[in-house]
Design a protein around this ligand. Sequence first.
Ligand code: NAD
Ligand code: TYD
Length: 341
Amino acid sequence: MKKTIVVTGGAGFIGSNFVYHMLKKYPDYRIVCVDCLTYAGNLSTLKKALENPNFRFSKTNICDRKAIKELFEEEKPDIVVNFAAESHVDRSIETPELFLQTNVLGTETLMDVCRELNIPRYHQVSTDEVYGDLPLDRPDLFFTEKTPLHTSSPYSASKAGADLLVMAYVRTYKFPATISRCSNNYGPYHFPEKLIPLMIINALNDKPLPVYGDGKNVRDWLYVEDHCKAIDLIIHEGEIGEVYNVGGHNEMANIDIVKLILKELGKSEDLITFVEDRKGHDRRYAIDPTKIHTQLGWLPETKFENGIVKTIKWYLDHKDWWEEIISGEYQNYYEKMYGDK
Ligand code: NAD
Ligand code: TYD
């Protein structure tokens, strides 16, 4: 059946991959991207989508209630999927307020408009970071959907705040929402400030690779396409009021990822530079994806060893995309964050 799906934050990393996934898989769906194009949103990412008559882009802030209401009244979406967020932990340590505004109040605004207009379905894209971190010496421990929220950074606190609000709306108003909490994603269109693209690009430019602390922090990496498929399943078959953890049991220490990237690119490990640790740095994230597997049949398809090679190749083939980004305002950010590290 034909559906209209609003994708907020669709000009960012995961949102844009989701837009492409949906346009390809559902040729009769209308996909409406709502994005205010912060530093992390890039219209050039959506160039191919913009050629598709089933796609519309609206430059709108999710906190702008009036504009969101007008747009939703016009489009009458069947489903709203909220990816829009401030997403970088290091930036949240510098400017927490912006994170609360977008991530908490933006979510509230979207849900209020959905309620007012009786939009039948809402999905909140959340993160495993809401569970805090796990110790490195307890590899038997994983985050399940029942793990208490226990945040470390202003970013994760703002995402947890949004999750709590979504659950409160489900209970209080019978709001038809689901939540997914995914582990770290990697793949095409990943903004260069995040670990994997930053290391690929610095290595290609023979610049130092800044590893925080001892480099032993562990993240659970998932290829972005697998995350998109999980959300696709949840919005079509998920149960209202439920939370689904998404992850592929692929834990890696940061330093091992950095060494792998250098090896793939034929660059020297001398480029690795250990720098001052992130404040409050989470040690380990690890998702237990049993629920989404047993209830919805989701399993990750891309193995890390293949996904990382595909990703490196993508960055080699799309220099124009990231060169444009790193030549602008990003330079100032890089100087500010890494200049004296
Ligand atoms: P991103 O920073 O690459 O993209 C965020 C997008 O949201 C950008 O296009 C930006 O312009 C837009 N945006 C920001 N504020 C907005 C606002 N007020 N109104 C409208 N648009 C706005 O982020 P991402 O990595 O693609 O993450 C997307 C979502 O997935 C986020 O909610 C994030 O918390 C979650 N998530 C990310 C990861 C990951 O590894 N990247 C893992 C799990 C969950
Ligand atoms: P990041 O990509 O920012 O994702 P998150 O903090 O949301 O997991 O960072 C991934 C890991 O890489 C995290 O442990 C911090 C580390 N890191 C570095 O060591 N150096 C860097 O320059 C960056 C950006 C991250």
